[in-house]
Design a protein around this ligand. Structure first.
Ligand code: NAD
Length: 257
């Protein structure tokens, strides 16, 4: 499948899932815009590497997704936005009575409100282009809860809800909006936790993955960033034209429990 001529903007994409998704879009022929809040040489180098390896145009645009005006500026500066992937996200774990207010505000802003701002600017561009895809990265925590993750669970449920509204507002147009809900994904951050978790619980690394990290994931396997990218690319295919307003889980059975 080719996405030649399309531009995919992926928020929070200088690492992890966002970067994996950007790579899959570039491999499928789409031009890509990478983003995070930093503006380091290595951020721009990632875009240069994607462009070199795949032959598409790849740019890195700095914008802080905790700030509404910067979310909007990201889409404006991108110039085109046929595919919008709202992926930027952070986490904090604390019981609700001691959950820091500033962490609550930051999680709601970055994980949820940013998608409102980017979508508001991207939809008119999609309408002008006559085609568009909004793909929001929520989580199994957009459908279920865990203790101590109040802001994250609230934000991710909010994203699932807002995506349904976008799908209804665009239902008669060649635009779709869907949420992807990953379970645990093997990102560099998660990978780095394996040796420490094994040591802490006196387990082998294999046991630590199965018993601790993937305790709630029945498949006992991580999803990969390439698999998530593959699903995002599929949502841009002709076969996915009637998939809109849904939350698609990639969680090894977590939400079937
Ligand atoms: P990550 O930390 O590798 O990636 C998060 C990205 O968001 C990074 O590129 C980071 O720079 C960016 N970011 C953070 N704050 C930002 C800000 N203020 N402005 C712009 N960018 C910002 O983590 P990840 O695991 O790849 O997570 C990506 C998304 O996937 C998040 O929304 C996360 O909630 C979701 N998710 C992850 C998992 C998992 O197991 N890793 C599971 C379910 C959902």
């Amino acid at each position: 499948m080719t996405l030649n001529g399309k531009t995919a903007v992926v928020t929070g994409s200088n690492s992890g899932i966002g970067l994996g998704i950007a790579w899959e879009f570039a491999r499928a022929g789409a031009d890509v815009v990478l983003n995070s809040f930093t503006d380091r040489d290595e951020d721009h180098a990632i875009a240069a590497e994607i462009a070199k390896e795949t032959g598409v145009s790849a740019r890195y645009i700095q914008a802080d997704m905790s700030k509404g005006d910067e979310c909007r500026a990201l889409i404006e500066k991108s110039g085109a936005c046929d595919i919008l992937v709202n992926n930027a996200g952070i986490q904090n774990v604390d019981p609700i009575e001691s959950f820091p207010s500033e962490k609550w505000d930051a999680i709601i802003a970055i994980n949820m409100t940013s998608a409102f701002h980017t979508t508001a600017v991207a939809l008119p561009m999609m309408r002008t282009a006559g085609w568009g895809r909004v793909i929001n990265i929520a989580s199994a925590h957009g459908l279920t809860a865990s203790p101590y993750k109040s802001a994250y669970v609230a934000a991710k449920h909010g994203v699932v809800g807002m995506t349904k509204v976008v799908a209804l507002e665009t239902a008669r147009e060649p635009i779709t909006a869907n949420t992807i809900c990953p379970g645990y994904v093997l990102t560099p951050l998660v990978e780095a936790q394996i040796p420490d978790t094994a040591k802490e619980y006196n387990l082998t690394e294999e046991e630590a993955v199965e018993q601790i990290l993937l305790a709630r994931q029945p498949s006992k396997e991580f999803a990969t960033v390439e698999q998530l990218g593959g699903l995002a690319v599929f949502l841009c295919s002709e076969s996915a034209t009637q998939i809109t307003g849904t939350a698609l889980s990639m969680d090894g059975g977590w939400t079937a429990l």
